[in-house]
Design a protein around this ligand. Sequence first.
Ligand code: GRF
Length: 200
Amino acid sequence: MENIRIAVLCSGGGTNLQAILDAKAAGNLPDGEIVLVVADSEAAYALERAKRQGIPAAVFDKHVYSRAAREQAILAALGEKKIGLVVLAGFMTVLSADFVKAYEGRIVNIHPALLPSFGGVGMYGLHVHEAVLAAGVKVTGATVHYVTEVCDGGPIIAQKAVEVREGDTPETLQRRVMREAEWIIYPQAIEQVCKKLKGE
Ligand code: GRF
């Protein structure tokens, strides 16, 4: 059985993309191949990371394409590359039900909190960590989950807890959650899913 062909969809810095690329380079993603990076902004630093690694990238800029046209273009690009797994890594567009249906069971996302807490519409980026600090919880973390039409609501694949410390700001907490949870569990969960998909 061939390795699962992965597309990573990003909007920003792409540190999770980097963690996935590093895992592949280190031999920790034996059942998947990263064959495409998609960005919805020309400014996404993720594009630079893809270029450095020699991975083809496609940009469907938010300012050029409407949401519907962007989705159609992305679907076409995924089809062309025979993508078997769509990995959302800081992709700031909520996918439509039609898109999700086209790749049912084959789209994963990472969320920077322990779902089902601190998830849903509006809970992205620093907003998540601000909400965690405002709630006063002492433990947060990251969650990898399948994507369904319910925002942040799909079946959970992996989670890792991270301590909230006295004096944390949203920024320090975001960094700790990335370093101690996201960059570790995302490549691992992707490998787990690829292995499972290969067996189907
Ligand atoms: C991460 O915190 C991820 O959990 C969330 O968006 C952020 C993306 O960061 N979905 P990066 O682009 O991978 O650096």
